[in-house]
Design a protein around this ligand. Structure first.
Ligand SMILES: [Zn+2]
Length: 328
């Protein structure tokens, strides 16, 4: 074959969606939600096919933990990664959601302690900094995970389900006895920047009574009324109130975006969560990958452009558009 780029094979390869990383490193300073200890996180650009990897630099030698579903240890309050030898990193879900939502596939994330800084309790500070720094398209093609059959996990009346779809969709329902939260339901097509517009700024929430119980157990020491929405019955105790009337269900969708990103590649599937949490979403990924007939790798051809969570987001990295986005 001497036709080079005009051959059908080359043409189709040239039309694939490529992986992306950050244009430069970005630093975040904050405190751990549970430890209350100062925490510094730095996102570094990484080579193609590197994936997202966390590095605990407070240990000697430093310890790497891949951001993958099979490195998750069950934890009720957050998503906890474990390197398999007892080194852990907690609360990775919001930074994972920000990376997935902006279409970053490769990054090395250094942290100087066992907990990710909580910042404002949402993914917005991570998203804003990624967009300010810029997104660099790479030379390696991107692959997605297509769900072929419905997979479901249940616990009591809670469930989480993945079913076949042409793009990531998240459908979530919560039911809280506290009137300030109550019943909330939202369904979102995650394509084309929806994460940034609809979910990124929604904060963690909890009950005032849970905060007291957690503090007695030495948890939530870094929690304040500014980095979590605290409710007590029908009242929202956080100053300034809610960012969205249904901020709680939006935050659960943000968490699900981050937890699903631990699949290691964009998912082409519909996720349905009913009172589901971090541990249940991880059980769902384990159930999916335990069944080789339930999923397949799929090359991301231009037909998928615009259907992936980060597609189109690079446009927001232009300062004028970023300002327009911030003003929305
Ligand atoms: Zn969360």
């Amino acid at each position: 074959m001497t036709e080079g780029a005009t051959s059908p094979r080359d043409e189709s390869e040239g039309r694939q969606i490529m992986q992306a990383t950050l244009k430069d490193k970005v630093t975040f300073q904050g405190v751990g939600l549970h430890s209350g200890a100062p925490a510094c996180l730095v996102m570094h650009p990484a080579r193609p096919d590197h994936g997202i990897v966390f590095r605990r630099i407070d240990l000697t030698p430093a310890v790497d933990i891949p951001a993958l579903w099979d490195h998750v240890t069950p934890s009720k309050l957050c998503t906890l990664l474990d390197n398999g030898h007892g080194v852990t990193l907690s609360t990775v879900e919001h930074v994972m959601a920000a990376l997935a939502g902006t279409g970053i596939h490769n990054a090395l994330i250094t942290v100087d302690g066992p907990e990710i800084p909580i910042l404002d309790g949402s993914a917005a500070p991570f998203v804003d900094a990624i967009l300010d720094t810029g997104i660099a398209r790479q030379t390696a093609p991107l692959r997605a995970i297509r769900v072929l059959r419905t997979v479901e996990v249940r616990e009591g009346d809670a469930f989480a389900r993945l079913s076949p779809a042409d793009h990531l969709e998240i459908d979530f329902e919560i039911d809280f006895t506290d009137a300030a939260i109550g019943h909330q339901e939202k369904c979102l097509d995650m394509a084309n920047g929806a994460f940034l517009r609809e979910l990124a700024d929604s904060r963690t929430f909890c009950r005032a009574s849970d905060v007291e119980a957690m503090r007695r157990n030495g948890l939530a020491l870094g929690g304040t009324y500014l980095n979590a929405v605290v409710v007590d019955g029908g009242r929202v105790l956080s100053p300034g109130g809610l960012r969205h009337a249904d901020e709680a269900v939006r935050h659960k969708m943000l968490d699900a975006t981050g937890d699903l990103a631990l699949a290691g590649a964009p998912l082409l599937a519909r996720y349905t969560g009913h009172r589901a949490g971090h541990a249940m979403t991880n059980r769902l990924l384990r159930a999916l990958f335990a069944d080789p007939t339930a999923w397949m790798w799929e090359r991301c051809t231009p037909e998928l452009e615009g259907r992936l969570p980060g597609a189109g987001v690079a446009d927001y990295a232009r300062p004028d558009l970023a300002a327009a986005f911030a003003a929305e």
